[in-house]
Design a protein around this ligand. Sequence first.
Ligand SMILES: Cc1ncc(C[n+]2csc(CCOP(=O)(O)OP(=O)(O)O)c2C)c(N)n1
Ligand code: SF4
Length: 254
Amino acid sequence: MIKPLLVRPKILTPVRFHYCPGCGHGVAHRLVAEVIDELGLREKTVGVASVGCSILIYNYLDLDIQEAAHGRAPAVATGIKRVLPDRFVFTYQGDGDLASIGLAEIVHAAGRGENFTVIFINNANYGMTGGQMAPTTLPGQKTTTSPKGRDVGQAGYPLKMAEILAVLDGPSYITRVAIHNPGAVIKAKKSIRKAFQCQKLGLGFSMVEILAACPTNWGMEPLTALQWLEKEMIKYYPLGVFKDTEMMAPSAAL
Ligand SMILES: Cc1ncc(C[n+]2csc(CCOP(=O)(O)OP(=O)(O)O)c2C)c(N)n1
Ligand code: SF4
């Protein structure tokens, strides 16, 4: 009998993604769907969507999903998790949403150690609204609002959110991964699984920052965008685990 290598996750609806060719959101959605399926969390999960290109995530994941105003997903997730502590709660946020307008929300939710998980898509620009410069735009990177390249003398340096949040006491697990090749995608899935497990263990705030391509606004073919991500983005945003308290928790030994 032929054993299928790839099976569509049950919670990934049979709806065609509206994302541009080569966009990282589709891959990230699938990884979230696979992990929730594998952990058997479907009936207990509430997702919180932000604005941005992934605002339609409720079309693709067959879960309870709450929309939040720009940047407010961590505040909404805090409320849901506190009222329904047995639910499994995650936010799915772009970098314009999380690192710009929602900076206060994410910092305070992390600082309070709220027990939910953040999936943070860093594609170095505001995707949905036309590719403006975001706090994550690389030095020298051209965007619609920095047509000559981000000038750090004028616009300052990018915010490295994983590093920034990892210095706080509240988070249990903070990591940065990428999804530019199959090996990286496998690692990204492991990190999402680990972040969800931290929440299951009640260890507090967890976040997976995912470096993802936005070929349309980068003005590149999908393949070139993946190469640019590997060559330029990872150089500025190193991959790795920035905080992991799971090993210190008594329940981790069970
Ligand atoms: C309070 C508020 N401010 C601004 C906007 C406009 N807006 C909608 S999507 C978006 C950009 C989102 O970019 P990002 O979070 O990086 O997600 P991406 O589209 O790249 O996935 C902006 C600025 C909004 N909808 N609400
Ligand atoms: S604009 Fe960028 S982030 Fe938005 S769907 Fe297209 S590639 Fe994806």
